[in-house]
Ligand binder design. Structure first.
Ligand SMILES: [Zn+2]
Ligand SMILES: [Zn+2]
Length: 191
């Protein structure tokens, strides 16, 4: 079932067509409100009906469940306006020129994609570089901590050997004192 679309502003149901590239402007006959109607790439609609040359149209809305299609319909014969191809300046072009324009657009969008990918790669490069230098400084930190620990271990070793030599000195002194004690004891006995 088709429903007639009316002007959002004034409720009028009859429109005229202004042909522009990729969107036909559907203009309300009463208040000049513009509804943009997508006609396809480098395509537009003629201002007149392809059958009867009438330039007044209705917009008919067909509901296909999840999809809604709007058709432009002549008020006299229910025919459609003829479609034709245009460039961005609005000049009429033939199909082969349109194909070339479409190919150019595709190449342009591929080039843009490549440019975006290059951007992304240089972004990733920057992040990797940052992480590498971060890892480098962490490794440097670990090295300098290792050196500190080695230095401390050396100190502890030195202190240990100091203690060892001091304790053997103490033992020697103890022996000496014992000898002197013995000598005193002997001298006391003799006299
Ligand atoms: Zn209107
Ligand atoms: Zn017609």
């Amino acid at each position: 079932m088709a429903k007639t679309k009316s002007c959002d502003r004034c409720g009028e149901v009859i429109f005229k067509i202004n042909s522009i590239c990729e969107d036909a402007e559907i203009i309300c006959q009463k208040c000049n409100n513009v509804i943009y109607f997508n006609a396809g790439k480098y395509t537009t609609y003629e201002k007149k009906c392809s059958h009867c040359e009438n330039d007044l149209f209705k917009l008919r809305r067909y509901d296909y469940g999840d999809k809604e299609i709007i058709k432009i319909e002549c008020t006299k014969c229910k025919g459609e306006p003829k479609q034709y191809y245009v460039d961005r300046e609005g000049n009429k072009i033939d199909r082969s020129v349109r194909e070339i324009l479409l190919i150019k657009d595709t190449i342009e969008s591929v080039e843009n994609n490549i440019y975006n990918i290059e951007d992304t790669i240089s972004d990733i490069d920057n992040r990797v570089y940052y992480l590498e230098s971060e890892v480098g400084s962490i490794i440097n930190n670990i090295y300098s901590k290792d050196e500190m620990i080695n230095g401390l271990e050396d100190n502890v070793d030195n202190i240990k050997s100091d203690i060892y030599s001091m304790s053997s000195e103490i033992d020697r002194l103890k022996n000496d004192i014992e000898n002197i004690d013995n000598q005193i004891y002997r001298l006391e006995r003799e006299f």
